[in-house]
Every structure is written in structure tokens, then in C-alpha cells.
Design a protein around this ligand. Structure first.
Ligand code: ZN
Length: 479
């Protein structure tokens, strides 16, 4: 079962900013009737912000060579989504956006990859190698918001921020002599051998705040010129801010200007561009289909070099059982499962090895196994609905922590060690990808409501059903 901190994909709370400014047809005609347009336009509207790459000791061809080598290394180190449809979609969307980069910027051979990482992040290496985390696709409310992230990254490439940053690092080290050497070396090899290929990525991606702000501004222009609602840029920041509240900010956020300031600057640029066009694109059926595909991808932990990148499913539950004794009850669980005491006390979980996964944001989530909790409640023995009410509360609490959890079979009466209980089936997003089944048995005891939550991915549930029944049949209450 997922944990409290799972990403919510709801669109609520997104504040729409930016002016719905009216864009006169005269504005587009400006170039044709210069004299006339002067009368109507310039006093109201500033020009779009002009941005140029900064000081750089590398040439654009070296950007490509450096980027290619770091990208090849990154592809080995990162878990890619390995979803051809998703990569094809990112390539199609990214190429469309790249065409709208300011004319005069170098034509880079853009490449786009989906990374199987739930952290909300994206990055671009010099020369046009763009990596988009599944987390960024999953959190984007529509195509315009994903296009916003990608436009931001494409702008880093066009403005050559990676090698500008490397230039600064080289100059700061007083290695001007080496710099001239690098200039003569078309592969950018000196930088790479000095730093190690992947470590070079660290230097290449450590952008300044000014660079981030430039990528926001140019990204907004690209969005606008591609026909997307340019407000999507600010909306994505706000979403990112909401998603990461109270948690460690993802990399995409860490080095960026404060979100309020970013939103303000983006809004300013939208005004300069002439406001939000009335027919601006927001979403597409393609995006929604790709997002569904990404949400269903198996979750992969960051691979340790030398280990297979896809986490294998746990071994089948053992037919031999171990005994567990708590104060209020005892039970038997498969002897190849481990026991995880609940840090809050009052609860315990049993799960196979690889049954507890990282949900992608650094939190543990149980994908296979059993969670037992005892919630202290005062029970009126005369109240015929007490069990029903208590069960409803247990489910509501689970749903608060797991917004996508739904009841699939309404509660039915069962007996657990001779005691009246309720059995309820629910579905939820599985941290292993796809859907999971949650079978919940609740019963009232003098200690409070005791709930047994049996969890397995929907696709594997058939292998666990019998084990769950055996565990529940083994439950003995203390008195
Ligand atoms: Zn950036």
C-alpha cells in the first residue's frame, strides 16, 4: 500500500496567473505596416526579452561531443523507462518545441529519454540530450505543463548553460592555459578526463540562478510560440512547490529562484509577449494516453551499478509458517517473510524480501504483505453499528494517506477466531506499478479496532490469496 506522502495528481490548488490580455490582430501585422503599428502598439508593450549564450570557451560542436559522452554514461547509470511509445512521444513533443527556439541558436541533434524515477525532475545535457523523469510526466496536469518543463530544459541547451558553467569552473581554477588546450580539442576531452565523465554532469548541470531564470523566460517564449498556454510554466512551478512541501526538494527545484519570483517573472514575460492567446493549447489525448502508460510502469529503484535495474518480484510465500505473538493476539506468517514493527507502536507488518519498496520519493511502501494495526477506540457494547462505524473510519484513514484507494467490494460479515468481523476489498495504486488489491479484515477487541490489511499487486494477487487466508485463520485473540 502506498504511503501518506504519495504524489497527489489532483489539479486543485493550482492558481491561474497571468493576464488574459487581448491580443489584437494589429500586433501580428506589425511587421507589415510598420508606420501604422507604431501608433497602436509600442507604448503598451515591451518587447520580448532577448537572451544570448554567455561567455564560453567551448564551441557548439564541443557541446554536442561533451553532451553525447555524458549522456552515454548517464544512460548506463540511470534506470530508463524503456517504453518506446513514451520516448517517441517525448521526441515528437520535444522536437516541435525545439523548432521554436530563437532563430540564430545552433541546431542541436536533440534526443529525449524517459527516466524511471518518481522524483519530479528533468535535465538536459549540452548539445541537446534531454532526460525527463516519469515523476515530471506524472505530476504534469496537462500537455502544456509537460511542454513547459521541456521548454525550460531546451532553453538551457540553446543558451549553452552547461558549458558556460564549465567555462566558469575552468576559469575559476585559473586554468586558462588548459582552456586554450580544450579549444583545440574538438571532443572536449580535457574537461571529461579531468572530472570523470559522469562527474562532469554535476558541473554541467550546476546552473546559476540567473541561468535558471533565463531558461524560464526563454521556455515561456517557446511555449507561447508553440501555441501552448504560456501560463503552464508558472503552473508547473506551483505544482512542484505543492508536491514537495515539507519534503526535500527535488533536484529540479534546488537551485532555482524562489517559486514566487519565478511565477512573477514568467507573468511579466507573458505580458511582453502580448498575453495569453485565446486559443492556446492545454492538453492532448496523446498526453493523457502517455501519462496512463507512465503511471503503469513498474517502479524501479535507482540501480546500483552492476545489479539488474528492474527490481524482481518477491519469491512466492513459503508454505511453512513462523509464529508471532503480540499482546492482544497471535498469528502465523510465512517463514520467508520478515517482520517490520511499526515505529508508531501498536502495529506490525509482515512482508517478503523486496515486498517493501521505495515509493520513489524516499518513503517505504508495502507492495506485498500484511499490515496489522490496533487503533484504540471506546466501543459501546450496546451499539449494533460499532464495527461498521469503526471499519468505515479505518478505511477513511487509509484513503486519506492513499487518495486513489477505492472500495471494490462492500464490507461483508465474517468470523475471525470466532469473533464477528468485517471483510472489505479495496483497490489502490501499487508502489510496484499498476494496481493493487487490499483485503481488509476488521474486528472489535477490548484494545480497540484491530485491522488486518492484506496487500498484493492485482496481477500477483492470485499467488497471495491462499497465504492471506491461512494467516487470518491462524489469528488467535488473547482473551
Ligand atoms: Zn533549470
Amino acid at each position: 500500500m502506498g504511503v501518506a506522502a504519495r504524489s497527489r495528481l489532483s489539479e486543485t490548488g493550482v492558481v491561474l496567473r497571468g493576464l488574459q490580455a487581448f491580443r489584437s490582430d494589429l500586433v501580428t501585422a506589425v511587421g507589415l505596416v510598420l508606420g501604422l503599428s507604431f501608433l497602436f502598439v509600442p507604448t503598451l508593450r515591451a518587447q520580448r526579452t532577448q537572451l544570448k549564450p554567455g561567455l564560453n570557451i567551448f564551441n557548439p560542436q564541443q557541446d554536442i561531443e561533451i553532451g553525447k559522452r555524458v549522456a552515454a554514461d548517464a544512460e548506463k547509470q540511470l534506470a530508463l523507462c524503456n517504453a518506446p511509445k513514451v520516448d517517441a512521444y517525448l521526441t515528437q513533443l520535444g522536437s516541435r518545441l525545439a523548432q521554436k527556439l530563437p532563430t540564430g541558436s545552433v541546431q542541436y541533434p536533440f534526443e529525449f529519454h524517459c527516466v524511471n524515477d518518481k522524483a519530479i525532475n528533468a535535465f538536459a545535457l549540452p548539445g541537446g540530450f534531454v532526460f525527463v523523469n516519469r515523476g515530471a510526466i506524472e505530476v504534469a496536469g496537462d500537455e502544456a505543463q509537460l511542454a513547459a518543463v521541456m521548454s525550460h530544459e531546451l532553453s538551457h541547451v540553446a543558451l549553452r548553460h552547461g558549458t558556460t558553467q564549465a567555462t566558469k569552473a575552468q576559469l575559476a581554477q585559473g586554468v586558462l592555459g588548459i582552456a586554450s588546450g580544450i579549444l583545440g580539442d574538438t571532443t572536449g576531452g580535457t574537461l571529461l578526463t579531468e572530472l570523470g565523465v559522469f562527474a562532469a554532469g554535476g558541473v554541467l548541470l550546476r546552473y546559476s540562478r540567473a541561468a535558471e531564470s533565463q531558461a524560464d523566460i526563454m521556455g515561456t517564449q517557446v511555449l507561447y510560440d508553440s501555441g501552448y498556454d504560456p501560463r503552464a510554466m508558472a503552473q508547473f512551478f506551483e505544482k512542484l512547490e505543492a508536491e514537495t512541501k515539507g519534503k526535500n526538494p527535488p533536484e529540479f527545484f534546488s537551485d532555482h529562484p524562489s517559486p514566487e519570483h519565478r511565477v512573477e517573472r514568467v507573468d511579466e514575460e507573458i505580458d511582453k509577449l502580448g498575453g495569453v492567446p485565446s486559443n492556446a493549447k492545454r492538453d492532448s489525448a496523446d498526453f493523457e494516453a502517455i501519462k496512463r502508460e507512465v503511471l503503469a510502469l513498474p517502479i524501479v529503484k535507482k540501480p546500483v551499478p552492476g545489479e539488474p535495474s528492474v527490481a524482481a518480484a518477491p519469491a512466492s510465500p513459503s508454505g511453512s509458517f513462523a509464529a508471532y505473538q503480540a499482546g492482544a493476539y497471535s498469528l502465523k506468517y510465512p517463514d520467508n517473510w520478515k517482520k517490520y514493527p511499526d515505529s508508531d507502536g501498536g502495529g506490525v507488518s509482515f512482508a517478503p524480501e523486496r515486498g517493501v519498496l521505495d515509493d520513489g520519493s524516499g518513503h517505504s511502501a508495502l507492495a506485498y504483505g500484511l499490515i496489522v494495526s490496533v487503533t484504540k477506540t471506546k466501543v459501546d457494547p450496546a451499539d449494533a453499528n460499532a464495527l461498521q462505524d469503526a471499519t468505515r473510519k479505518v478505511i477513511e484513514e487509509l484513503q486519506q494517506a492513499n487518495p486513489n484507494m477505492k472500495v471494490t467490494h462492500a464490507s461483508e460479515r465474517v468470523r475471525l477466531n470466532g469473533q464477528p468481523g468485517l471483510s472489505t476489498y479495496l483497490s489502490n495504486d501499487s508502489p510496484a506499478g499498476g494496481q493493487e488489491t487490499d483485503w481488509i479484515i476488521t474486528t472489535l477487541r477490548p484494545e480497540g479496532v484491530v485491522s488486518f490489511v492484506c496487500v498484493a499487486p492485482l496481477s500477483a494477487y492470485g499467488n497471495y490469496d491462499k497465504t492471506f487466508s491461512t494467516i487470518l485463520d491462524s489469528v488467535r485473540f488473547a482473551h
